[in-house]
Design a binder for this molecule. Sequence first.
Ligand code: FES
Length: 585
Amino acid sequence: MRYFAVVNGSDEALAGRPRSGAWFAAEGRAGMIYRSWLRSEGITPEVFDGRPVIGVANSWSELTPCNAHLRSVADAVKRGVWQAGGFPLEFPTMSLGETLMRPTAMLFRNLMAMEVEELLRANPLDGVVLLSGCDKTTPAMLMAAASADLPAIMVTGGPMLNGKFRGADVGSGTHVWRFEAELVAGRMTQEECVAAESGMARSCGHCMTMGTASTMACLAEALGMQLPGSAAWPAADSRRYVTAQTAGQRIVQLVREDLRPSQIMTRQAFENAIRVNAAIGGSTNAVIHLLAIAGRLGVPLRLDDFDELARPVPTLVNLMPSGRYLMEDFCYAGGLPAVMRELQDFLHNDHVGVTGRTLAETVAGAECWNRDVIAGLDAPLQPPGSGTAVLRGNLCPGGAVIKQSAASPQLLKHRGQALVFDSIEEYHEAAGREDLPVDAATVLVVRGAGPKGYPGMPEIGNFVLPRKLLERGVSDMVRISDARMSGTGFGTVVLHVAPESAVGGPLAFVRSGDWIELDTPGRTLTLEVSDGELDRRRAGWAPARPPWARGYARLYTEHVLQADQGADLDFLVGASGAQVPRQNH
Ligand code: FES
C-alpha cells in the first residue's frame, strides 16, 4: 500500500498536491488527528494517498420536498467519485423548502450561501459536487461556490414527473394559482382542489413547470456549471442517476485540471445564461439570482443587461407558465442542449464549462425531437424581445421587471388609477369585499414586500385578483409591487420595484387614485404625480421599525441590497477563495 507521504504542511512541501494535503499529509499529532477521526467511519488508509477529496454538499431535507430524494442522488455521485479515483465525503447543508418556510425561503438564500461557502473553505476538500433542487438552493450553492472558488459541479435533483389531473397536464405552482382563482370564482370546489393535490406532485423532484427551480437548473447548465442535459432529466428517471454518477467522475478530473468556478462563470457565461433565460421563458427570479452570483465573482452585470441582451432572443420553449408543456416533455424533446444548439447565433460558443469542452463542442450533437415543445428560430413560440423586460421611470428609479411572455398582451400598455395597499396582508383582507373600489382597469399596488420591508421579498407579486372581478370573469389586471413572483406564476405583474417602499422609494408615496402608466414596449413605468408633489409626500416620511429585533433576520435587514443589485448581503459580495488564513494544529 502506498501510504500518504507525510509532509510538514508548508506551502513548498504541499506544492502540486491537492488542497486536502494541508490536512492529511501533515506529520505528527495534527495529521494523526485529521486522519484518525475520519477512519472512525471505517475508511481504509489509502484514501489519504493524495487523491482528490470531493465534498458532496447535500441540501437533502424532508422539509424540502423538492430535495427529499437527494440522498440517493448523492450515492450515485459518490460511485462516480470512487470510480475516478477520488475520495467522496458527503455532508449536509442548510436546505430551503420553498413551500414550507416562513416568512419566505428567499430570506434565507444568503444564509445558506454563507453557510455552504464556509463549509467548503473550512473542510479538507479539493472539489465539490453541489446537490440542489428547490428554488433557492441552486443560487445559494452557486453563490457559495463562486465565493469559495473550489472546483465545483452542480447536480440539480431534476423535476417531478408531469402533473396529471382528470386526464390533463397540471403544472406545479401554475395550477395552484389557476385552481385558486377557480375556487374563489366558485367554478371549482374545495374537494376538487384536494383531489388535484396529489396529481400535481406525482413523484420526487422539484416543480416541473418552468418555474424558478427549472429555470435555475437550466441556467446552471447554461453557465457551464452542470453537465449538458442535466437540468431536464426527471428526478424519477434512471438517467438522473447516470448524470449524477458522471458528475462524480468528472469532478475528480476537474480538480486535476484545477478548473474553478471563477474561470467558468465569466461575463460570457452570464451573457449566455441571460439569453438562454429569454429563450426558455425563464423565471423573473433569475434576474436577482444571476446578479447575486455575478456580484460574488466581480463580474460586471447590470439590471439593464437582462433587457438589452435578451431583446434579440425569441421565446422557444413552450412550457408553463408561458406555454403549455412541462419539464418531462422538455426532457424528451432534447432539453437544454437542443435549445442552446438552436441559439448558437446568440451565444458565446467558445465558452468552456465543467465538461472542459467548448459550448460548440458540447451541443454539436444535440437534436430537437419535438418542435411543439422546443420551437425553432424560424417559428418561435413568441417573437424576439418577449422575455423579461426592465422598466424605468419615476416609480422605479432603480428599475423593475415584467415577464412579458406570462402577461396579457393587451395589458402590456395600460393606464389606470392606483388602488394601494401597504402590505399583502392588508390586500388579502380587502380582496373579498364587494364594496372594494376596483374595476378591471384599476392598477393594484402592494408595497412593503421588498427585501428589507417584508423582509425577504416574498413571492406575492402575482396576488390573486379581487373576488368580485374574478366572479365577473376578469382574469388579469396590472399589479405592481416591490415583491417577487413565483417562477410558476403568471399575469401582468410588475415586480422588483426598486428602491422598495421600506427604504423610501417612490412606491412608498403612491396614493389610491393616482394615475399610473405602464408602457412595456417603451420600457417605462410612470407615476403621473409631479416631482414637487412627490417631495411633499416624502417630507416627514420615516422608515417603519423592522419587525425583527434580533438574530439572522436583523442581520439581513441591516445588510440586504436592493433587488437591482441581487439582494445579497452587502458584506457577502465578492469572494474569499479557498485559502484558510489560520490553522490551529
Ligand atoms: Fe421547490 Fe417549486 S417548491 S421547486
